[in-house]
Design a protein around this ligand. Structure first.
Ligand code: CS2
Ligand code: MN
Length: 354
């Protein structure tokens, strides 16, 4: 295991590499070319520049999150092969830069979804929260306004204004894409990219859908153990793997995360670890990482990864905004640094106790 933090890159992330460098045990960052639109080629020089900046600060690039997937690939449109070809070129450039982990998701239209980005908690911190009742009554076209209003002025990953301006068009594209079609499109994509992943030893790590159920009538196919295992065996190559995101899978209290970890064996390439507090059916808020603050047993989760022999990067996923920080929702410095310390502490105890 190596501890990392997410860094959105120069000009986008208010947290600096110098700050991240001072979080004990964090030696690497997970980063991206944040301005890239899905379907755009990542040039070698752009990847090299990002890598250089990170390495100049004394950190390493532990992986890319995300190289986003164009809708033509997700919907299986006739032009998908061109976009897959571009994706393959991007992977090649990433591999040639000696980067071997790529996180991505296959969610239609919306990436992660929350109804409140700054819910005040009893201790005065703010956190992101979700209430299915709001989603059931809101027009999806109003989601953009809801997110923008609460984003502290930052562009949030997955909620790029360019995409959200085209919501009607996007919904129409997915109109006939039922879960089976979506699954087959994912399988097709993975089959095409696997030879390149084999050649450059790139671990693809799919991020689960968040929340872990269908919203706005859109198909979702990465929400539980059964779906994850089905995907692993459909393209049975170790480079087809998973980002184990506890905060996404954990939205559904029926998901037994330690059990999921155990069943995925060596196919977990990346772990996002955060805690959640279930407040009512279909409602939750993001808690501090520590077990007592939420509904997930963080020790059991970290132990399951440890017992699996997990040796990839972990990052504390979303954190609260605390100590007056006006951070990007979910990605402030302080609470994620506390999370990294706590998670590392659990790991150290497991190692020394073994
Ligand atoms: C998110 C996502 O929970 C998370 O990790 O903030 O935006 C995530 O990065 C993407 O879904 C991965 O492709
Ligand atoms: Mn995550």
């Amino acid at each position: 295991m190596h501890m990392t933090m997410r860094w959105f890159g120069p000009g986008y992330d208010p947290v600096t590499l110098e700050q991240i460098r001072q979080v004990p045990v964090v030696k690497g960052v997970i980063s991206t070319l944040y301005a890239k639109q899905p379907g755009e080629l990542w040039e070698k020089a752009e990847i090299a520049a990002l890598k250089q900046e990170i390495e100049d600060s004394g950190l390493t690039v532990a992986g890319i999150e995300s190289v986003n997937i164009h809708d033509a690939i997700k919907t299986g449109a006739p032009e998908r092969d061109n976009y897959i070809e571009t994706y393959i070129k991007t992977l090649k450039h990433i591999g040639q830069a000696d980067i071997h982990l790529v996180c991505y998701n296959f969610m239609p239209v919306f990436d992660w979804t929350r109804t409140d980005l700054a819910k005040k908690r009893a201790d005065g911190s703010t956190t992101m929260a979700y209430n299915q009742k709001i989603i059931d009554t809101i027009d999806p076209n109003n989601m953009q306004a809801l997110i923008e209003r609460q984003s502290n002025g930052f562009m949030l990953a997955g909620w790029e204004p360019e995409r959200l301006a085209r919501l009607k068009e996007l919904f129409a594209l997915y109109d006939t894409v039922n879960p089976e079609i979506l699954f087959n499109n994912l399988k097709y994509f993975l089959e095409q990219i696997m030879p390149t992943c084999d050649k450059y030893n790139i671990n693809m790590a799919i991020h689960p859908d968040d929340p872990a159920w269908a919203i706005f009538g859109l198909s979702r196919i990465v929400t539980n153990q059964e779906q994850l295992l089905r995907l692993m065996s459909a393209v049975d190559n170790v480079h087809n793997g998973v980002t184990l995101c506890t905060g996404s899978l954990g939205t559904n209290p029926n998901n037994n995360i330690p059990e999921i970890i155990k069943s995925l064996k060596n196919r977990i390439h990346f772990a996002h670890i955060r805690n959640l507090l279930h407040t009512a059916p279909g409602q939750f808020e993001e808690a501090a990482h520590i077990s007592v603050d939420g509904s997930l047993d963080m020790f059991a989760i970290v132990k399951a990864l440890y017992d699996n022999g997990f040796d990839g990067p972990i990052r504390p996923d979303h954190g609260r905004n605390i100590w007056g920080e006006k951070g990007m929702p979910g990605y402030g410095l302080y609470d994620r640094a506390l999370g990294a310390m706590y998670l590392y502490g659990l790991w150290e105890a497991l190692e020394k106790h073994a």
